[in-house]
Design a protein around this ligand. Structure first.
Ligand code: GAL
Length: 560
């Protein structure tokens, strides 16, 4: 691209320059566990009954699945937390305000179940709700509608007395007091839950469902992003969206693939919130269960591992398919999911057919996955240069086959319909990898430098996996580059691609944890245009505007 002139900008101070970097914000990777003991430094693993049994749950079924985890070897591989979901209690509290276990379902009671699980080397998880009623209308821990005392402390003490290790706190039926927003009410409620668990004296991992009650579509709304911003101060993992489709005994063969793709869809942009002690939870693994093919099961395990997602099975463990058990038990995939650095992978290129994800790992390796969304087998080829590894050789381990090859040009292979390839790359003689790939913004669209509306214009477009959406994130110099040019503050608030010049004002960007990309000189935020391009209306350009409060058109997901 020819050099272009930029509007002149006020002088940038040296201080401002030094303060900026697009390196991952350390805050996102630091433990923010609610207990003094850091909890869940890697994503929790285990089993929960909901997506297979829903309310048809009892002690025998929980015990049978716990036994099956041990027998299949999955427990020894890390799937160790057995969680009883909704419907375990009676519909009323006792005279002392305590929750009452339904002994028709759990004849030995919950303390016994905890002892049984612990004796097997497993951990004990239980479900409650931060509102007044659970989603199935059993007593919740929260204040009744209209106000009144909550039971957060009392219930936390009860769970501690049962030696519970993990609490899934749902967010149904949460009362919003007058004068508070729904978002404030959830923040207060989950803050109280976290304090009550801490005060109980027992370390219990908290799965906080708050964000799921604010989800609006794949890119989410402002409140969803606000909740994602604070939920990690309360819990170690959080559901952010829709449930994975549950097993239907009346239609056991019904496909659940679109549900897996849907949950993957909303989770894939949220890597900036994840780190040791804080995990995005796109819901249960149903790999190997009815409704997914062997390839689709591999895909769920592979994509969840790339996203550092909790590995919580929700199936009849004794009836998992052999291919499902193989995928779930694959030690390399588990190690990928549980990588101690805890950085969630990002989508670096996507179109209607393929999606490529990259995840940096603690030992300097990089994991790469390619999803084939299409219903046909496809040849795949991913040039190393496109994923930030230029002019060098990597040793690539195919994590499904275990085969190793040295690769200097492109990762290649053939993928079955709906399958996902996953490689672990060990760089040999490579310079430090440069985060390279698409930048996603509002509507999950891609920032595109195509020359559609004027020289150097940057617009939003459907993601194409093309070169005009392949950005590189500067290491140290806080630049965002496309085809060798730098994203720059331009005339009249528009941004543009222009020649990169060290220290040049208007080319330094900070990626905040809330997703905002802030330009250093102006302090303004990169903002996506409201409307997508149509055949009649050309695409509008990205602009710099005043930074708002968790505006969805100012949230961005960057390659890693
Ligand atoms: C939903 C939750 C499910 C399950 C169910 C129980 O809100 O997402 O995973 O816990 O409630 O009623």
């Amino acid at each position: 691209m020819p050099p272009r002139l930029r509007a002149s900008l006020p002088c940038l101070t040296a201080v401002a320059l030094f303060a900026l970097s697009l390196a991952p914000a350390p805050a996102a990777a630091e433990p923010t566990a609610s207990s003094d003991t850091p909890l869940a430094l890697t994503p929790p693993m285990g089993w929960n009954n909901w997506a297979h049994y829903m309310c048809d749950i009892d002690e025998a079924k929980v015990v049978a699945n716990a036994d099956a985890l041990v027998r299949t070897g999955l427990a020894a591989k890390g799937y160790d937390t057995v969680t009883v979901d909704d419907c375990w209690m009676l519909k009323s509290r006792d005279a002392g305000g305590g929750l009452v276990t339904d002994t028709a379902r759990f004849p030995h009671g919950m303390a016994w179940l905890g002892r049984y699980l612990h004796a097997k080397g497993l951990k004990f998880g239980i479900y409650e709700d931060a509102g007044s009623l659970t989603c199935e209308k059993y007593p919740g821990s929260g204040s009744p509608a209209g106000g009144g005392a909550d039971h957060y402390d009392q219930d936390a003490r009860l769970f501690a007395s049962w030696k519970v290790d993990y609490v899934k706190m749902d967010g149904c039926n949460l009362w919003v007091p007058p004068g508070k927003t729904k978002e404030q009410a959830y923040r207060d409620a989950y803050g109280s839950v976290a304090r009550a668990l801490r005060a109980s004296g027992r370390d219990m991992v908290l799965s906080a469902s708050a964000p799921a009650y604010f989800q609006q579509g794949e890119w989410g709304g402002s409140d969803w992003h606000k909740v994602l911003g604070w939920v990690g101060e309360t819990g170690q993992l959080w559901r952010e969206g829709k449930d994975i489709k549950v097993y239907q005994p009346a239609a056991p063969g019904a496909s659940r693939w679109s549900s897996v793709m849907g949950n993957y869809g909303y989770n894939r942009w949220l890597g900036r919130y994840a780190g040791p002690g804080n995990w995005n939870d796109p819901d249960f693994l149903i790999a190997g269960a009815p409704g997914l093919t062997a390839a689709e099961s591999r895909s769920q395990v592979g994509l969840w591992a790339m996203m550092a997602a909790p590995f919580i099975l929700s199936s009849d463990v004794s009836r998992l398919t052999p291919a499902g058990v193989a995928a779930l038990g694959n030690a390399d995939l588990i190690a990928l999911d549980q990588d101690p650095m805890g950085r969630q992978g990002a989508v670096v290129s996507s179109n209607a057919t393929f999606e490529v994800l990259v995840r940096p790992l603690a030992n300097g390796d990089r994991a790469v996955a390619v999803l084939n969304r299409s219903g046909n087998a496809r040849d795949i080829s991913v040039p190393l240069a496109d994923i930030g590894l230029d002019s060098c050789t990597v040793n690539a381990k195919d994590l499904w086959s275990g085969a190793r090859t040295d690769v200097s040009a492109s990762l290649t292979g053939k993928l079955a319909a709906h399958d996902t390839a996953v490689w672990r790359l060990t760089p040999r003689g490579c310079a430090e990898a440069v985060p390279t790939g698409q930048i996603n913004g509002a509507g999950a669209r891609c920032a595109d430098g195509a020359n559609t509306t004027g020289v150097g214009a940057v617009v939003m477009a459907a993601c194409t996996a093309g070169a005009d959406q392949r950005w590189t994130v500067g290491r140290g110099d806080a630049s965002l580059r496309l085809a060798g040019e730098c994203l720059s503050a331009g005339e009249d608030g528009a941004v543009e691609l222009a020649d990169c010049a060290p220290g040049e004002p208007g080319q330094s960007w900070t990626h905040r944890r809330d997703g905002a990309l802030v330009e250093a000189v102006s302090g303004l935020c990169l903002t996506a245009p409201a409307a997508a391009a149509t055949p009649d209306a050309p695409a509008k350009r990205l602009r710099l505007t005043a930074c708002g409060d968790h505006r969805v058109d100012q949230a961005w997901s960057l390659p890693v």
